[in-house]
Design a protein around this ligand. Sequence first.
Ligand SMILES: *Cc1c(COP(=O)(O)O)cnc(C)c1O
Length: 393
Amino acid sequence: MTGNSTGLADWLAAAARSRQQAGIARARRLLEQSGPALVSLDGRPLVNFSSNDYLGLASHPALAEAMCRGARAFGAGSGASALVTGYREPHARLEAELAAFLGYERVLLCASGYHANLAALTALAGRGDVIVQDRLCHASLIDGARLSGAELRRYPHADVPALEQQLARGSRGHTLIVSDGVFSMAGDVAPLAALAELSARHGAWLLVDDAHGIGVSGPGGRGSVAAAGLGQAEVPVLIGTLGKAFGCNGAFIAGSAELVEHIVNEGRTYLFTTALSPAVAAAARQALALIRADDWRRELLHERIAFFREGAAERGLSLLHSESPIQPLVVGDSERAVTLSDQLLEHGMLVAAIRPPTVPAGSARLRITLSSEHEEAQVDALLAALSACQEGA
Ligand SMILES: *Cc1c(COP(=O)(O)O)cnc(C)c1O
């Protein structure tokens, strides 16, 4: 009578034990208050160095106001897939405004970056095609490639000659080169000009996921593709998220009108999911307006990044090479990363320990993220705490 549920309980317990033994067990933290710079956990204020809210827009009053107005006018939820009845005025306006901002012909809003990557990859590649990806690409790009049925070839991080070798092996169908713009766990920028050159030379199509670049880097915050002097001609498929610098949730695919029409018809994770809330789209329009109008948030953010990197160099902390708000301190061992994160918590700082399988085995790290909302004194305190913890090790 209890056979099946006992089997499940035993199996779950064994899986939990093996996660525990490998030091990769994860748990959520319930925050009472959350902001880009300060959060509250168990009644304690903590400086937040773990958020992707790089410009502090998630808690910006103008976004909250726009969301309220959007909800009153259009409802809290979209009610259906975009192809049924879920596509509303705030969606259409946001798509047009994002396209104008990025200098792309069209933009298609998706429920999340994860949905966008699955939709794009499954709509653009299938059996007989090849997807070549940087080894550090985001999990959603790996999953999209797997789901597409195309052959997935991965090259060592940012290794352009290795990518070229993969391309030289050819394909029965077409080939898609796929890369993060700014790498989510390393913070560095892909060699985009070289990827564009190779894609042109080998007749492969280039998809760049700039989840951490758009809004933050490049001219006017247009991201790492624009920073490399590239656009729709060289990068015909560009992905961005509204969940990071935009402070909302949802995401988008930018490309030609034909590309967007194709994904509307063929992207199953676009078709078979409820459209983004129109209230969220209204808030994201406000975020885009602030991103376009105000350079000062980006300037402040880049000042904090430079301050952190200089301080880390002075203290002999070895960071990866990154000019983005993602500043990883690789410690190697998973347990050590967790211990350091716990110690920083004692110092009143929330810094995420990132372990395999999110990052390659043996490269567990503290993933420190900076925001324009951090004060210099908070960054200074983080540097002091990091050196104290490292010396204590
Ligand atoms: C966060 C992230 C995503 C997923 O975006 P969501 O909108 O959070 O689903 C996709 N790609 C990269 C590179 C990311 O960092």
